[in-house]
Design a protein around this ligand. Sequence first.
Ligand SMILES: [Zn+2]
Length: 312
Amino acid sequence: MLDIYIFPDNSYKLKTTIMKHLKNSLFIISLFFALNSYAQNREVQIKVNKLTDNIYMLVGQGGNIGVFVGNDGVFMIDDQFAPLTPKILAAIKTITSKPVNYLVNTHWHGDHTGGNLNMANEGAIIVSHENVRKRMSMDQVIRGRKRKASPQKALPVITFTQDMMYHFNNDDVLISHIHNAHTDGDALVYFTKNNVLHMGDAYFQGKFPYIDIASGGSIDGYIDGIKKAILLSDENTIIIPGHGNISNKKEMKSYLKMLETLRNRVFQELKQGKSLEQVTKDNNITKGYKSYNGWINAEKIRIAIYKSLENK
Ligand SMILES: [Zn+2]
């Protein structure tokens, strides 16, 4: 989803800086907020949710992590932010004593790949769509902010272009690329025997999605990704979203309906020659979907869909 930076070892430095600038009240106010979020970061706990005998969802800060354990070892999906790696590994140790053999990145964003370097140093083999490796190898701009290229060792070492299968821990695991949805490198991971599906950020459970157009995302790709998930699922499939709570096929069907409705409403406006400014201000387009307001609010989703469709 988004970029959050955590500075775990700077508390002494911060305190010294506060003392130096005590007279500047504006500075203190902004520092209060900085320290407040810093404190929150310090308190991140990794929650372990058991989904099946072999699959767990780890929730901390950043994208939901999938952990698949068994006799062959550990297969992990996404790794949140670098400072959280020790906590994440400690949480996995409460499930199994086996090391993490494989790590799949569902896309390149920092809240899903931030721990890559640490995990590679732990011996994990990192796997992703080829565009994840490409984007991580180069400087990127995300929501107007620059992000430096990742060090060589943090990059995925195995890449795929469409589909691949893993035969591991007695399951057959499908990793499948979704074209231009949240980004241009999205992958879903479906554990066929466990009947668990990890969607990465191609699914924001209960909230409007973030469509990263600068990274190749699009509303039509996003809709196709949700359709693909619905096709793969049955009534018992446990769905792990990139962000939000455990979900299911029924909930995904209403999510699809919401996306298709908004897409069609924006498309009608475009056909009538409405400008981006008009669509940005028009609350009627998102009428009936207030409950999906989140980090991406109704206005932001209208803008994203408009930008995604304007050259059609
Ligand atoms: Zn993301």
